[in-house]
Design a protein around this ligand. Sequence first.
Ligand code: AMP
Length: 306
Amino acid sequence: MSLLTVGSVAFDALETPFGKTDKIIGGAATYITLSASYFTEDNNLVAVVGDDFPQTMIADLNQHGVDTEGLQIRQGEKTFFWSGKYHNDMNTRDTVEVQLNVMEDFDPIIPESYQDCTYLMLGNTAPAIQQMVIERLHKRPKLVVLDTMNLWIEIANPDLMSLLKLVDVLVVNDEEARQLTKEYSLVKAAAIIKTLGPKTVIIKKGEHGALLFSEDRIFFAPALPLEEVFDPTGAGDTFAGGFIGYLAKTDDISFDNMKRAIIYGSAMASFCVEKFGAERIMNLTQDEIQARVNEFVILSAFGLSN
Ligand code: AMP
């Protein structure tokens, strides 16, 4: 089934306890589409960059089967830039600098050939832009998944509330779920979010896994305990890309299939953190992904008797 992703395509500069990078390729939609590329061949991107964005990276996306007809390249303008620094626990980070550049007035134009998309992934960008994408689609997709961040909960709350009414699944981390609902208990927070629009809520807990709330049921997916975590940047987006990519591949949005999709998303995220930026998720094989999914099965399987 066809997937349409909207979100940032960016330059990132990162600092973790293990090292520092200069400008490398990042952005929510970059991670999402790369991750989803291992599941779906109909993988379409709507985003904007400046003319400083390397053609080689666009070629890399294309090589992964990502259709970039909807990637606007603005001449004489600069690509969105974000820099972040992680604390020692690697679960928390500070935004050091943001240069909006082309994102300041991003107009998400949807190519005609993307109009029939079945799955829509609204990756991180301003809620007003995310809503514009829904409104510009002639037909509502089968499933609309929304990712957002603390910044938008703070500075664009009314836009976010309006958008939430239009989406099926919200993906947030535990801190964002608490910030959005002013509720500490994640079970209560998910219940509140369900009254705001999405029928399904996914709460990511970084190295502690992810929770899926839907149809009054809860599922918990662990995160794989890894020996080495170099850089968590993009792990959330890679998770979302694996999740929606798997749903698009199987075209089944039942609770049981969402459980499997969350495991695939978690497996993809576990690769992402092993190297800086998107390097690891650009070079994966299906065998590696399947082996990692099997590790998840072993990790959480147990019997009540021998
Ligand atoms: P994650 O680590 O999954 O939360 O996502 C990190 C990515 O989000 C980075 O590659 C950034 O380029 C991107 N990002 C950070 N801030 C913003 C923002 N305000 N709007 C859009 N994308 C952002």
